[in-house]
Design a protein around this ligand. Structure first.
Ligand code: EPU
Length: 315
């Protein structure tokens, strides 16, 4: 999940007073590191460091971080599993927040709803649904994301998207205030949920339909097999472009013969043309150059303007 305050930096996070203010207010369980490389926090494995990376241990600590960053006008970026993220080579000037602490990764079934922390992996959510005989959530298994990231992106696969199954969401404003809203009131779109641009998702309640465990397993297996056949295993950021209207971006790029087109270590996947894979040592600059080449060819030869699905962040 990404979320950034648009304001300019007044104090750099390396500033000792500012950092001292921030870290003094946090509990000892909250982890933080300066100059943390972000490449290893993304599935594409490119990008430079964050000035400061914080893994809050509690909602109170998260609120303290957001409030202080807002007051100091330091940009904040929330990173989930980083599966839809392209971090620029110079990294991110500001504070990256990861909801990886146990406080934010719980998944439990209560009153037929699946209560999921924003930091929980979608795979864990799908497995919990299977254990409790809740169907219609199988599509989540193959999406390499966290609940928070998937809310921000309205992530989807196999004909379903997350907000199809969200009953309600709990979130924090950058003021630290916590509130809840029904999923239907949040205004999710195809591969985007603008509501979470300026808010931090804390948790969601998902609803499934009672189903036989065997039937759930069979559906998961069918989805997985289809994905293994049609998508690359190499590091990538998932689909690079949104599908334009009813057309498939992957098919369009494939039809233009662009599979295997390469800029440095970045290459259009052989398995699925809407994926760019990192063959090792790719830079963000190379990935962006390849994106531009694809866009130009699709524009020139098909008259279609491809819109990025992947979120580009940093300097
Ligand atoms: N196709 C090609 N060549 C390619 C890729 C696809 O001819 O290189 C054809 C396929 O054979 C198929 C059609 O294009 O007939 C559509 O392809 P696919 O079924 O793979 O679906 P998609 O629209 O490309 C969407 C999502 C994926 C999701 C899959 C499967 C978008 C942009 N992509 O892909 O989501 O996994 O359906 O449900 O909506 C993601 O968002 O990161 C992502 C991977």
């Amino acid at each position: 999940m990404t979320s950034a305050l648009p304001n300019r930096i007044v104090h750099a996070p390396g500033d000792p007073d500012w950092l001292a203010d921030l870290t003094r207010s946090l509990s000892p369980e909250t982890r933080w590191r300066r100059q943390e490389p972000l490449a290893k926090r993304t599935t594409l494995r490119v990008g430079g460091p964050a000035d400061l990376l914080i893994e809050p241990a509690t909602e109170a600590d998260l609120a303290a971080v957001l409030r202080l960053c807002k007051a100091q006008r330091v940009p904040v970026l929330i990173v989930g599993r980083g599966s839809n993220l392209l971090v620029q080579d110079a990294g991110f000037r500001g504070v990256v927040v990861c909801l990886t602490h146990a406080e934010f990764t719980q998944v439990e079934v209560r009153e037929c709803g699946l209560h999921c922390g924003a930091g929980a992996k979608l795979k864990a959510v799908a497995q919990a649904a299977k254990r409790h005989g809740l169907g219609n959530l199988e599509f989540l298994e193959g999406i390499p994301g966290s609940v928070g990231g998937a809310l921000r992106m309205n992530a989807g696969a196999s004909g379903s998207a997350l907000f199809d199954v969200v009953e309600r969401v709990r979130f924090m404003e950058f003021t630290g205030q916590v509130a809840e809203r029904r999923g239907a009131e949040v205004g999710a779109e195809y591969r985007s949920c603008p509501f979470f641009r300026e808010r931090v998702a804390l948790s969601a309640v998902l609803v499934g339909d009672p189903a036989e465990r065997k039937a759930i397993e069979a559906r998961m297996l069918a989805f997985n097999q289809r994905r293994w056949r049609s998508q690359p295993a190499a590091p990538s950021a998932g689909c690079i472009f949104k599908n334009p209207g009813t057309q498939s971006a992957g098919r369009l790029i494939d039809e233009l013969g662009l599979k295997d087109l390469r800029v440095g270590g970045a290459r259009v996947s052989r398995e699925h043309a809407n994926f760019i894979v990192n063959d090792g040592g790719a830079t963000a600059r190379e990935v962006l150059a390849l994106i531009e080449l694809i866009r130009q060819r699709v524009r020139a030869e098909r008259g279609v303007e491809l819109e990025l699905e992947v979120q580009v962040v940093g300097d």
